[in-house]
Design a protein around this ligand. Structure first.
Ligand code: ADP
Ligand code: MG
Length: 699
């Protein structure tokens, strides 16, 4: 019996150098890791082409023929080895830029070869660069029929002779060792039988050495299902476990503060969606279990009001509440809005950010410890270890995609009993991703905007239409509206961006001399930033030129136009967030996307989606399709607990939902996998969790 946890360096063909590369570059440390290193594509090697048929548009092809000449061209660094190769229908050229001597020595000029590679055209002749060469010699034949697997490798791996073919060779060596063995099953037999899944042994062999597409599909289905199934089983089991184990603070009463607020202070009728989510949250907080809830609501749906009311419930039950925002501007704004709404109500509330002065800070710390302060609003500063609460009962995290997993985990430790946690986000997360990254949270959705909002009109202009744009902006300004102009600011090209921002600021000042233009960017001192922001919020300035610091949360209902400069440089979800800064009042609002005339295909798609819909979820789905889940804004930090090895959240969303359903059914019967028939499931889940990080911290 071969031990699959054997160090990869013991595999024939590996050795210490390659072992190090495999580990560092591809995370392959053991035989098993190699088994689960799946190809990213397959190429059909059952078909042969003739030289005459080849054209440069073809993907990988194979041709059988003979070498007719072999020579080194050029010298020094530019030297290359070329061979002519013909099969009777025509002649082509083979080219090597590296490893000449080795290749020259290993080629047999009289033998017949099967060459495999990507045809291109050079000097009017078909050529293949660095082809794979297999001598036609049945005794030594490698793979020359069926589908050939292609593996991802890095530059460093390629230099160390571990290109795709190198990995394939290792895979062959591994399967040679495993020839007489059956790779042990990892899913319970009743389950594979019921779901008609092929066994693991066959699935793994087929995934690396498929004989045809039909088998390959079955193997991929089994392996992807398993990966997604255990992922979901684990997330849901943790959720169950926590519900059973962790006691929550019980908020029984609906008390004076909330009642007074509701009677005297509430500025408008709650929407039905707001009522619904407040009910859901109240139920959680009264249940005796600790709440872990995700509140999704598109920009402008009124989450702040929900947060405020929920915090009042905590205060009415003699607990403290904290509201954490991603930026100082936003924390400030929350403090203002909330203080304003709480006028005349006896609740003490304060602000803690990175720029809170030391003396003020010490005073705050004291008031938090002795319970004098009821509600604390702040930024990251509020989760620093030094901040201790008297009895923190509720934490609300606004726009959480800015907060990493580790930061959220810190909150857990703030009390002996962890506080109730409400995570609010306007960044719509595709369903599949939400199920995975926040799969152990309960979800509430505000699926309705406050009444009287008109959908924002979005248009896309090229830079050369600036005169038209200005005419339009002037007409809006004349109506008394305000305008945002946003420029990208991305680290790598900071200098350039600053130049654009400053020029944009000057340009607007010149173009609209009778109005006041202000500028805000992240490099300004907080006080300057706040001052400039305040100019705009108060209406003293009508045009705000800024970077994305205004992206999240800022609320100026009188602003009706959002101009996004160099819109091609923003991702979809960011564009959507920015657009959400307007359309907050009763007036018709507009979003104008400015791009260069020359656009990439992807930019064009993004602009089309933005002009076609204002539905955040639709946009999030489109974003994931365009960029893949790994690149989605924020998911890097909030991150998947580990990377998937074969399944894909964007391509396999149906399978994910199916896998989750199966996992749910199993846990309905056995919530934390204690029954004897769950032994194997439990073991696999444990193996999964040991692989990377502590899952219970993803809340
Ligand atoms: P977000 O969900 O993006 O955080 P906000 O809480 O900032 O949204 O609310 C957006 C705007 O809608 C604010 O001006 C707020 O006062 C207003 N608003 C919130 N709830 C209601 C409501 N029920 N009716 C009318 N306006 C509301
Ligand atoms: Mg908000």
């Amino acid at each position: 019996m071969i031990d699959l946890s054997t160090d990869i360096k013991f595999l024939p063909g590996v050795g210490p150098k390659k072992a190090e590369l495999l580990g560092n570059e591809a995370g392959i440390f053991t035989y098993e890791d190699l088994l689960y290193y799946f190809p990213y594509k397959y190429v059909d090697r059952s078909k042969f082409y003739t030289v005459r048929e080849l054209n440069p548009n073809m993907p990988y092809v194979q041709v059988k023929g003979k070498l007719t000449s072999l020579k080194t061209v050029g010298s020094g660094r530019h030297a290359r080895l070329t061979a002519t190769f013909s099969d009777g229908t025509g002649t082509m050229e083979l080219v090597w830029f590296k490893g000449h001597k080795y290749i020259k020595d290993s080629l047999d000029p009289k033998a017949e070869y099967i060459i495999f590679g990507k045809p291109s055209i050079f000097n009017g002749m078909i050529n293949v660069v660095h082809p794979e060469m297999d001598k036609v010699d049945p005794a030594k034949s490698v793979i020359r029929s069926g589908l050939q697997a292609f593996y991802n490798t890095t530059e460093k791996m390629k230099k160390g002779y571990l290109n795709s073919r190198g990995i394939l060779k290792l895979m062959q060596n591994l399967f040679k060792l495993l020839q007489r063995e059956t790779i042990p099953e990892t899913m319970p037999a009743p389950l594979t039988k019921r779901l008609k899944l092929i066994n693991l042994n066959d699935a793994l062999r087929t995934a690396h050495f498929p004989d045809n597409t039909k088998h390959l599909e079955k193997a991929q289905f089994r392996l992807k299902f398993e990966e997604l199934f255990y992922l979901q089983l684990n997330i849901l089991r943790i959720k169950n476990q926590r519900k059973l184990a962790v006691k929550g603070h019980i908020f029984k009463v609906v008390g004076d503060n909330l009642n007074t607020f509701y009677k005297n202070n509430i500025p408008f009728e709650l929407t039905n969606a707001q009522k619904k989510v407040i009910r859901e949250i109240r139920q959680d907080m009264g249940s005796g279990k600790q709440m872990n809830r995700l509140l999704q609501g598109d920009v402008g749906s009124g989450k702040t009001l929900v947060a405020l009311m929920v915090m009042l419930i905590a205060v009415d039950n003699n607990y403290q509440a904290a509201l954490m925002a991603p930026t100082e501007i936003l924390a400030n704004q929350h403090l203002e809005t909330i203080s304003e709404m709480l006028k005349g109500i006896n609740v003490s509330i304060d602000l803690l950010t990175g720029s809170t002065k030391k003396s003020k800070r010490e005073e705050l710390h004291e008031k938090l410890r002795n319970g004098e302060l009821n509600i604390l609003i702040g930024t990251h500063a509020l989760i620093e270890d030094i901040v201790k609460f008297h009895n923190l009962g509720l934490v609300i995290i606004d726009e959480q995609h800015r907060f990493g997993v580790a930061q959220r985990a810190k909150l857990w430790k703030k009390n002996l009993h962890p506080p109730h946690v409400l995570v609010m986000t306007a960044t719509p997360i595709p369903r599949t991703l939400a199920m995975t990254v926040y799969g152990d949270l309960d979800v509430s959705v505000i699926d309705e905007l406050p009444p009287g909002r008109k959908p924002i009109k979005t248009v896309h202009y090229f830079h050369n239409k600036r005169n038209n744009l200005n005419r339009f902006l002037r007409s809006e300004l004349e109506k008394g509206r305000q305008i945002y102009v946003v420029y990208p600011l991305i680290k790598e090209s900071e200098k350039m961006d600053f130049k654009n921002l400053n020029e944009g600021y000057e340009y607007m000042q010149k173009a609209f001399p009778e109005y006041t233009t202000t500028m805000v960017h992240g490099k300004m001192k907080t006080s300057e930033k706040d001052e400039a922001m305040q100019e705009f919020v108060s209406g003293r300035s009508q045009i705000l030129v800024s970077t994305t610091v205004i992206e999240v949360g800022v609320n100026v209902p009188n602003a009706s136009v959002m101009v996004i400069e160099s819109a091609e440089r923003f991702g979809l979800s960011q564009l959507h967030q920015l657009r959400g800064r307007v359309g907050r009042g009763a007036d018709q609002s507009y979003c104008i996307l400015m791009t260069d005339y020359k656009m990439s295909e992807e930019t064009r798609k993004r602009m089309n989606i933005m002009t076609a819909t204002t539905d955040g979820f639709e946009i999030a789905e489109a974003d994931m399709k365009l960029r893949g889940p790994g690149d989605l804004e924020g998911t890097q930090q909030s991150g998947l607990p580990f990377s998937l090895r074969i399944a894909s959240l964007s391509r396999d969303s149906q399978l994910l939902q199916y896998a989750r359903k199966i996992a749910e059914d199993i846990l309905d019967d056995d919530p934390v996998l204690e029954k004897p028939e769950s032994i194997m499931l439990k073991k696999q889940v444990a193996k999964l969790t040991s692989r990377k990080m502590n899952w219970s911290m993803i809340s």
